[in-house]
Design a protein around this ligand. Structure first.
Ligand SMILES: Nc1ncnc2c1ncn2[C@@H]1O[C@H](COP(=O)(O)OP(=O)(O)OP(=O)(O)O)[C@@H](O)[C@H]1O
Length: 316
């Protein structure tokens, strides 16, 4: 796999997006609640469980949807209904259909014409090359794999060489190889000075692509900044474990004296232990068990859904 030189070439100017107290509601549903953030060059992940408001936020950033309150600006200008902004921004939407009867080249060319670019053919060729689809550009999109189709959409979003690229769940449905390819593409676009924001509900996905992350939960910005710091916050949160052992009662008594343990429940099927944080408890447990001559046969963290991990961040 090669990285195209055009993707790595530094772009002349850079752009930054600012959100100031942005909210959006649909009737009684508050989809986005008072979100403020700034995005500059490089790749940022927008992480959050389904329904967190990521799509709504991206659409407001792109100027396709009006905020109910607050403002989204690109280099100081509001994005909502601003044709100047559309020329400098690209959106790869999750729900948008791709015309399967067109070839990738035709599809990207149509977008280039829509933008009224001076040389749409050349722009389409360049965008198709950027996503490495030249080999398949004359085949109908209907014959493409999911990953190729997604790259065709990225090419269309990039055809006018925008400074800002927003992608809604770009890795959805991709196999590992396609995923890697897309990650490399985002990296090279970010390295070239573009402002890239992609949404995802998968922690590991964001971890692999970007060091900077914005976390959304239930419409609110729950955390933002360096991925490692946020990851640490998540693993340091309280955990609940289901434990089975050769002597649950003896283990329960011993664990109650452990500083890392905040609660123990003895049930018919073993113990439920509430621990202050993951690391200290999982280090302490083997020592406690060994000292009492108890053998642990099962240690399962409970309540590990993404929603619960994210909810903790909101409460923190
Ligand atoms: N057009 C709409 N009308 C009414 N409610 C909406 C509309 N669009 C979104 N919502 C609601 O707003 C909330 C946020 O939705 P949004 O699609 O922005 O979240 P998301 O994080 O992108 O989730 P997903 O990944 O599932 O699309 C949800 O409760 C959703 O049902």
């Amino acid at each position: 796999m090669t990285t195209t030189s055009s993707a790595a070439a530094p772009t002349a100017t850079t752009s930054s997006l600012h959100l100031a107290g942005v909210s959006r509601w649909y009737g009684n549903v508050v989809a986005v609640n008072d979100v403020s953030m700034s995005l500059g060059p490089g790749v940022t992940g927008l992480l959050g469980p389904n329904g967190a408001g990521k799509t709504t936020l991206l659409h407001m950033m792109a100027g396709f949807l009006a905020p109910s309150r607050g403002a989204v600006t690109l280099d100081g200008r509001p994005t909502w209904r601003n044709p100047e902004v559309y020329r400098r921004l690209g959106l790869v939407s999750e729900r948008e259909a791709v015309h399967s009867f067109l070839t990738a080249y035709e599809f990207v060319l149509a977008t280039a014409k829509m933008h009224k670019l001076p040389d749409p053919q050349e722009a389409a060729r360049r965008a198709v090359a950027l996503v490495e689809l030249e080999g398949a550009q004359d085949r109908r999109i209907g014959t493409y794999s999911k990953g190729m189709r997604q790259r065709a959409r990225v090419a269309a979003a990039l055809v006018h060489e925008p400074q800002v690229l927003l992608l809604d769940e770009p890795f959805n449905g991709m196999d590992p190889r396609q995923r890697l390819h897309m990650m490399e593409l985002l990296h090279s676009l970010g390295d070239a000075g573009r402002t890239i924001l992609f949404s995802s509900h998968i922690l590991e996905e964001v971890e692999q692509v970007s060091g900077t992350v914005q976390v959304m939960v239930a419409g609110r910005l729950a955390a933002s900044g360096d991925f490692r710091t946020i990851r640490r916050l998540m693993t340091n949160r309280p955990h609940v474990f289901a434990i089975r052992s050769t002597d649950d009662r003896a283990l329960a008594v011993a664990l109650m004296a452990e500083p890392s343990v905040s609660g123990v429940e003895l049930g018919r099927d073993g113990l439920t232990v509430r621990a202050g944080d993951y690391g200290s408890f999982t280090r302490a447990l083997p020592k406690v068990a060994l000292a009492r001559g108890v053998r642990v046969s099962q240690l399962v963290p409970e309540d590990e859904s993404l929603e619960s991990v994210f909810s903790y961040l909101v409460e923190a």
